[in-house]
Design a protein around this ligand. Structure first.
Ligand code: C2E
Ligand code: CA
Ligand code: CA
Length: 839
């Protein structure tokens, strides 16, 4: 029996078939020889309609089945008038169709196809010469009849099946038809031959004996089938579908399952306990890039990645033993001829089709390639820097952890961690833009990779910070050689958007030691060494040692103590006079903060300001200094005279300068202290100003609007572009101490000072020379036209009380003829420089 309804392509034919079948029925029923409708025929019909449509044999190679009822219809056609077989064929076909088809159209076309085919066969048999109805046909006649019956049924049934196959597989309809016809004919011919044999047997033994034998066989079949069903109950549902492939399909439900198996979107397979593919569906063939035949000739082991096979087989074994009810796993399959890998998810169940059969597996195999790709991408992203593609900090730490445990096992192969920071990356970023900065980082990353040996790891752990793990070194010296190679390679010019850009590196090296338990520790030490390399002038490498550790610990202590220092009132301010170089008038003071530490004594701002900047405590401290200095200045103004052309310089750190509420803060302090804004001068370092030119200009303008004066500190050390300078509303340039100190014996420094002085004059700014310590420096500065000076030559920073004494000294001392008005110490007085300048 062929399930006609299954194929969409056969549907247009259905009308034709129904008409032909109906005509065949009418003609057969009209001429029905009523005398032959005996009880035997009724028994035969009963058998055909009951047992007959529960026993099927699959037609090989094509998706079609021959039912036992077909055989009985053939018996009817051969033993009785062939016309009697037509309604029986229709009824049997209908009964089978009721099991397989859900649609009324399906039932009708199925029944009518049976009727039409049988009628055609009856008609052909009836047309045979010398045909005598009855029970004694000659052997030739019988053979011919058998052939006709088989051929007409096969020819008719092959139409829808072939159409369906042609549509599904894309083969041509004629070819599919020929294939189906061939195999169906073989099956039907076998059934018709069996029918012929039975009829011949009946001629000898009587039809009753044959019918009784058939009925007994039917009862036996039912009993066995029910037992088998009971045994198979509990087996996986899909197992039933698989079972249907070798055994008869006992119910339409199984056919549905088989259908589901074949057409499932995911790969499905029945696999033997030894791993052989017993049945596979189309989706699985596609997934594994093999034809059904190819696949069935291999086993599970043959198409699974060897690395994944072990655990998978172990899990299957457990499943087989009934320890697990099902299993899920992910494996890689080896696909088709190209041998590429496909990730697949297995859901496996175990089933036993019949009590005497060995257990089988039912596999659902799903292609999870895409999911794996995105999982791998996610995993990659979680451990890599998106810009350079290098490992990130997390992955680096992981590698260091492994290096530590390797080094514990064998100490003859030391390892080292390098912490690398680009010198002046910020300048490159700010001047060429962030995109160029990014290109630069990628370029550096590639060069770093080029410097390393197999097995080393380079990671990007911060904006312009990279780390390198040098594993399995020959000796400690090798790490330094590699660091030098890195310095050399990275310092060569980079071509970034048409610009030739250079950078140097500061590198800290920490050697692996057994004391390191936490990978973070060795990274921290490499960082400390890098920091040291920076402070020692950049473009160099430093190896971490114990002293650095002590230094770092000290730093940590300072940090801790700083937190309490403000509350404990441990800060105070020193004041250093700033004088006019022509007549040594006292013009103002610079406020310099000091920390009176309970144990350490007086701590230099050089030691704690950078720490306070790092921790952000500078904001509070800076505000306090500003308030304190302003208050002091106002006190002096009240005590002496407010007309005094007297200012107080207060340092602002870059962090303070970046505070959005700085303007508000300064304004508040001015109001609280009632200080004349013109008496307050804010010193901002050159590098802080250059860090963010646009923002800075705005901030400087607003400060200027408050009426305060502005000074650029440490001028000459930063990288200020002179073209920007005129844009800033600046009153004063302070020449950095380093130029003044080395001025006398280095003409280059003298030239720098001369240039700064001239620049300031051009821009209408004042110039203050810092760090004036000697008579020679003073003379040279005066010669260069520098107006103001500050330095130990005049006075060291002094306490507020001492500063007040200087002021009162100048004010309250009776003025001598010929001496400058505001001489602040004896040394200056004795120089007798000024009187020459006096009229
Ligand atoms: P700076 O602003 O350049 O201050 C000048 C530094 O040079 C002061 O050091 C001062 O004592 C020192 N100095 C002055 N004349 C001479 C000299 O003739 N020879 C030598 N060798 N040194 C001289 P100090 O007070 O140790 O301050 C160091 C730095 O700390 C300051 O440099 C400034 O950058 C920072 N600083 C000091 N006080 C504050 C503050 O209140 N706030 C902020 N943000 N920074 C401050
Ligand atoms: Ca200063
Ligand atoms: Ca300075």
């Amino acid at each position: 029996m062929i399930a006609l309804h299954r194929y969409r392509a056969a549907r247009p034919l259905a009308g034709l078939i129904i008409a032909a079948g109906a005509a065949a029925l009418v003609v057969s029923l009209a001429g029905l020889p009523s005398g032959q409708l005996d009880t035997r025929f009724l028994l035969l019909s009963f058998l055909a309609l009951s047992v007959g449509n529960t026993v099927f044999v699959k037609v090989p190679r094509v998706r079609a089945y021959v039912a036992a009822s077909d055989l009985l219809v053939f018996v009817a056609a051969l033993a009785y008038d062939a016309r009697l077989a037509v309604p029986l064929a229709a009824l049997c076909a209908l009964a089978v169709s009721l099991r397989f088809s859900r649609t009324a159209g399906g039932h009708l076309s199925g029944a009518m196809l049976g009727a039409a085919a049988t009628y055609a066969a009856s008609w052909a048999i009836g047309s045979l010469p010398a045909q005598t109805a009855g029970l004694q046909p000659t052997a030739e006649l019988m053979l011919l009849s058998v052939f006709l019956l088989a051929f007409t049924r096969a020819a008719a049934d092959s139409v829808p099946t072939a159409l369906g196959e042609a549509q599904e597989t894309g083969t041509g309809a004629p070819r599919a038809y020929l294939k189906t016809l061939t195999w169906s004919f073989v099956a039907y011919f076998a059934a018709a031959s069996a029918a012929g044999l039975l009829v011949t047997l009946a001629a000898w033994t009587g039809l009753d004996a044959v019918l009784v034998a058939l009925a007994t066989g039917g009862v036996l079949h039912f009993t066995l089938r029910n037992r088998a069903t009971a045994a198979a109950r509990g087996a996986k549902v899909a197992g039933a579908a698989a079972e249907a492939s070798h055994v008869a399909l006992p119910s339409a439900g199984r056919e549905v399952l088989l259908n589901a198996f074949e057409h499932a979107q995911i790969g499905m397979a029945v696999v033997s306990a030894r791993g052989e593919w017993v049945r596979v569906n189309r989706a699985l063939c596609e997934l594994l890039g093999r034809s059904e035949q190819e696949l069935l000739s291999t086993d599970l082991q043959g198409v699974t990645h060897p690395d994944d096979l072990g655990p998978a087989l172990a899990a299957l074994k457990k499943l087989l033993k009934g320890k697990d009810t099902g299993m899920d796993t992910e494996v890689r399959h080896l696909c088709g001829a190209d041998g590429r890998h496909v990730w697949a998810h297995w859901s496996v169940g175990r089933f036993v089709a019949a009590s005497n059969e060995e257990p089988h597996f039912i596999f659902q195999i799903q292609d999870i390639g895409e999911r794996k790709v995105s999982e791998e991408r996610l995993l990659h992203d979680a451990f890599h820097d998106p810009l350079t593609g290098l490992p990130n900090r997390a992955l680096f730490i992981d590698h260091v952890k492994m290096a530590i445990s390797r080094a514990r096992r064998r100490d003859d192969r030391p390892f080292a961690v390098l912490f690398i920071d680009l010198d002046r990356f910020k300048v490159i970023n700010d001047s060429l833009g962030h995109l160029s900065g990014d290109d630069m980082l990628v370029g550096v990353a590639r060069r770093l990779e080029g410097c390393l040996r197999e097995g080393d790891t380079v990671a990007r752990v911060g904006g312009d910070e990279f780390t390198v793990l040098l594993d399995e070194l020959q000796n400690a010296e090798e790490a330094i050689q590699i660091a030098e190679r890195i310095q050399r390679d990275v310092s060569a010019a980079f071509q970034i958007n048409g610009h030739e850009v250079f950078t140097t590196l500061s590198i800290g090296i920490a050697h692996g030691a057994p004391e390191y338990a936490d990978p973070e520790d060795i990274l921290r030490d490499a960082d400390t060494a890098m920091y040291r390399a920076k402070t020692l002038g950049k473009a160099r490498h430093e190896v971490f040692d114990k002293a650095m550790h002590a230094f770092a610990v000290n730093l940590l202590q300072i940090e801790t103590d700083l937190r309490k220092a403000l509350d404990l009132k441990q800060f105070f301010i020193m004041y250093q006079p700033i004088v006019a170089l022509d007549d040594f008038r006292l013009c103002g003071f610079e406020a310099l903060v000091r920390w009176q530490h309970p144990e350490r004594g007086l701590v230099s701002p050089m030691d704690f300001i950078p720490v306070a900047e790092e921790t952000g405590q500078i904001l509070q401290l800076g505000e306090w200094t500003l308030l304190e200095a302003s208050r002091q200045m106002n006190r002096w103004h009240r005590r002496f005279t407010s007309e005094f052309p007297f200012f107080i310089s207060v340092n602002l750190s870059s962090k303070q300068f970046a505070q959005p509420n700085l303007i508000e803060q300064v304004d508040n302090i001015l109001k609280r202290t009632s200080l004349n804004p013109r008496s307050l001068k804010l010193e901002i370092t050159e590098s802080a100003v250059m860090d963010n030119i646009d923002k800075t200009t705005e901030m400087l303008k607003q400060l200027r609007q408050l009426g305060v004066q502005l000074s650029i500190d440490d001028f000459g050390t930063g990288y200020s572009s002179l073209s920007y300078l005129h844009r800033f509303p600046i009153d004063t340039l302070k020449i950095d101490r380093s130029f003044v100190t080395r001025m006398v014996d280095n003409s280059e420094n003298t030239e720098i000072v001369r240039t700064i002085v001239m620049l300031a004059q051009t821009l209408g700014m004042d110039v203050v020379a810092e760090g004036v310590e000697t008579k020679e420096q003073l003379a040279l500065l005066r010669q260069l036209g520098c107006e103001y000076g500050q330095g130990y030559y005049f006075s060291k920073p002094v306490t507020a009380a001492e500063a007040e004494r200087i002021i009162s000294d100048i004010y309250e001392r009776p003025r001598e003829e010929g001496t400058p008005e505001l001489v602040i110490n004896d040394r200056v007085k004795s120089m007798r420089l000024v009187p020459t300048a006096q009229p």
